[in-house]
Ligand binder design. Sequence first.
Ligand code: NDP
Length: 460
Amino acid sequence: MRCKIFTLFALLLSSFSLSAEEAVIPSVVIGGGVGGGTSAIYLARAHFQPIVFEGAKPGGALAQSEDVENWPGILKIRGAELMEQIRSQAIAVGADIREEEVVSVDFSQRPFKIVTRKVDNPAEMKTYYAASCVIATGSKPNYLGVKGEEKYWGEGVSNCAICDGSLYRNKHVGIVGGGDSAVLEALYLSNIAKKVDLFVRKDFLRATDEARKKALLEQPNIEIHFNTEVEEVVGNDEGVTGVVLKDLGVFPLDGLFLAIGSTPNTVLFQGQLDLDPSGYIVLKEGQETSVPFVYAVGDAVDALDRQAVTAAGAGARAALAIQSKLSAQAPALIAAYREQKAMEKAIADNGSAAVIEISSVAQFENELKSGSPLVVDFYATWCGPCKRIAPALESSAKELSGKYKFLKVNVDTMQELMKNYRIRAMPTVLLINEQGGVEEKKVGEQEISELLSHLKADSK
Ligand code: NDP
């Protein structure tokens, strides 16, 4: 088994020209919003062990949304709560979410090189290599930058008519912008609000959808104000009461929607991927970008829909495409990466006095060669006596630290070791000497307790 995995690992490294210290991660997700979170869930469930770099603003745009009422299956939920559920689900199924932000990528050759820095310690930088990548970095909405805008954000100022429009039934709202979003949102709000005023700073609509522009002009409760700029948002304790228009003064309103475009968070990918003139990532096939094995989802590619559910759908599509595209390489990649992680964990565990969980045969063989006498607990999660004896093993591991190393082997996941050592009952504890030979084999709580007592007495 060990030889086989190392052969795969070596083959993989040589095909990617990497050294053994640089594990190739099967899949990396950049961005921890709803699109990235969904990709992570799908990839983790397929055993791709994705690493997610969630960046400085975890949760993305969804975490900033007040009430979400269009997520299928949930009548109403706070955006931050929904995002936390997606994040927890990703972790529960095996995604490795890291509080790191990506500072550079190199997609010019595979494996892709990704450099990050810790969010809470920017001086700590790390380099990763990935066989595939999902970009889910989202976008930043554009702001007017006028007085009152920030103060009344969420209190009458919004940039999502589809999300917040229903709060303005039979009320009077304004929209700023002259693009397709502004036209779309004005039409949408005109079915909900009593009156919709559209403020366009130029003397024409930039929107390109002629049918919608015609519908806009024909809608009796929509009024378009060309050459009109909003200079200030005004309000009281209850929220927005109006706007100040340049040269025109106060204009009363119950709410103001911004439809002045957004800026995708794609600066990192300039020169690496094809971007459109506004900076959105151009897709070639499905969610795949101009670089094979690099996928992009959510608001970084989508200026149009910008919905949590569409980002989630795209995240799932990207993950499925990766599984299909990597299918031939996936078993070797996954096995090699798991092996590398087990080694790293073993090295980390070596420094502590706790009982070390064995997660690969190679890790176990390394422990055999470590020169320490070993106390190896073969256990099962469903075994009551195993649970009862576990605290005694943990405390003995601390007490006998430096003299014996304590390992535990889950017989359900490490069947090869169970067979090698002919384990027939749980719990069984083996005492293995420095040369790797079994000196004692104890079965059941009573025998194991006695062994632990002898070891402690002998070590005094
Ligand atoms: P756009 O960038 O196309 O339009 C932004 C609008 O906001 C412009 O009219 C712009 O004015 C105005 N604006 C920008 N900043 C300010 C400011 N500070 N004060 C006042 N006005 C401002 O963004 P959209 O979100 O509308 O569209 C993004 C992309 O998505 C476009 O390609 C669009 O075609 C597409 N889209 C397509 C839809 C469809 O159904 N086909 C629906 C929605 C979007 P100015 O013109 O003066 O620069």
